[in-house]
Design a protein around this ligand. Structure first.
Ligand SMILES: [Zn+2]
Length: 375
């Protein structure tokens, strides 16, 4: 049975002085094997990832571990406890309004000077030096910033410091009411086939503050900067491989431990493929897998206010003209049109929809793959 070490990481303080803490679980592997960092619940209502980490720990106890595995449930103790009435909010910092998953750090100005210093060095040395540079720049922000940090930055940077130690990063989220889907960097699309998740979004090399981007964009920028000089430095090779994913596990505000076991096994498929564990019993399921470039992932905004009856099934192509939803307007009953059907003029795959039946004109109703290919 593998030993699981637990640490408590302090990520901030409440007004009363109460400490904000995050539990960190570690399984120790061999230093030379690839490592993984997995966190959950950065957004307060997106709780299923905690159940997945529970199931991962249960399974990993008796699995052959190759590389270091770090697991962080309840990654954001402020978001997790941010309730209003029956609901968990926790998508935005209530003080600044910032999305909790847009506060990670990457400064692309660090790339060019680093590349200049690295010419002629071997890939292993470059990898080690670059990892150190990224960790140092986070530590600089945490420890030597005379003007301080926001609550969200302090939490995000401490998580990011752990994430930068690993080769692979999985950030477990959920949609509002949603099917499972995966955010995957374009260059890593082969790896998406190892998750039992039928829908993959392929994302470009552009940093917008999320953890997946904060951990793969620096490597991708580095590869591109070397390529500009005609030097081959590959981040998807046998010896050097860096990947990060945001794993969307379904809907917010619920956990399902049985589904979490399936999700955990799906993650173990990937970790076996990447040689973080040696467990050939974990193999991806046969399924139709769809991929969509981020530019083709469209939000459909409600053309009117009203009460929504969501009709379209997630995950399956919805033919042109078939209804996505119908909107009830009881104020029009008797002297107008109380029911409005909403459809699109081309085929899409609905992935998620808004969590409430009552919407304003302009509410983001659905998100859909508007163009897609098979993976
Ligand atoms: Zn989220």
């Amino acid at each position: 049975m593998n030993e699981i070490k637990k640490e408590i990481m302090h990520v901030g303080e409440m007004a009363s002085g109460a400490a904000l803490t995050v539990p960190v679980y570690r399984l120790k592997g061999n230093k030379d094997a690839p490592s993984v960092y997995i966190q959950a619940n950065m957004h307060g209502a997106e709780v299923q990832g905690n159940a997945v980490i529970f199931q991962l720990l249960e399974l990993l106890k008796d699995t052959e571990i190759k590389g270091d595995i770090t697991l962080v449930p309840y990654a954001n103790p402020v978001g997790c406890n941010h309730k209003n009435g029956e609901y968990t909010l926790g998508r935005f910092d209530p003080i600044t309004g910032m999305n909790w998953n847009r506060m990670y750090h990457f400064d692309s100005d660090m790339i060019k000077p680093f590349v200049r210093e690295s010419i002629g060095k071997d890939d292993r040395t470059i990898e080690e030096n670059f990892k150190k540079l990224m960790i140092d720049s986070i530590e600089q922000k945490l420890d030597h910033n005379i003007f301080g940090l926001t609550t969200g930055q302090r939490i995000a940077y401490q998580l990011q410091r752990l994430a930068h130690q690993a080769d692979y990063v999985l950030d477990l989220h959920t949609g509002p009411i949603s099917s499972k889907h995966l955010y995957c960097p374009e260059y890593a699309k082969e790896s998406a086939k190892y998750f039992d998740i039928p829908h993959t979004l392929l994302i470009p090399n552009s940093f917008d503050g999320a953890l997946d981007e904060a951990t793969f964009c620096p490597w991708w920028y580095l590869q591109d900067a070397f390529a500009e000089l005609g030097i081959k430095f590959s981040i998807s090779s046998q010896t050097l491989n860096k990947e990060s994913f945001t794993v969307e596990l379904g809907s917010q505000e619920q956990i399902d431990l049985d589904v979490a076991l399936e999700d955990a096994m799906s993650i173990l498929n990937y970790l076996h493929y990447k040689k973080v564990i040696a467990a050939p019993q974990y193999q991806p399921k046969e399924m139709t897998r769809y991929a969509c470039y981020l530019k083709d992932y469209k939000a459909f905004y409600s053309p009117m206010g009203g009460m929504v009856d969501y009709l379209a099934e997630f995950g399956k192509p919805l033919p042109a003209g078939e209804p996505l939803a119908r909107i009830l307007r009881m104020d029009n009953y008797g002297d107008g049109d109380p029911l409005h059907y909403l459809s699109l003029d081309h085929q899409v795959i609905p992935i998620l929809h808004f969590a409430s039946a009552s919407v304003n004109q302009g509410t983001e109703l659905y998100k859909v793959f508007s163009q897609y290919e098979f993976l």
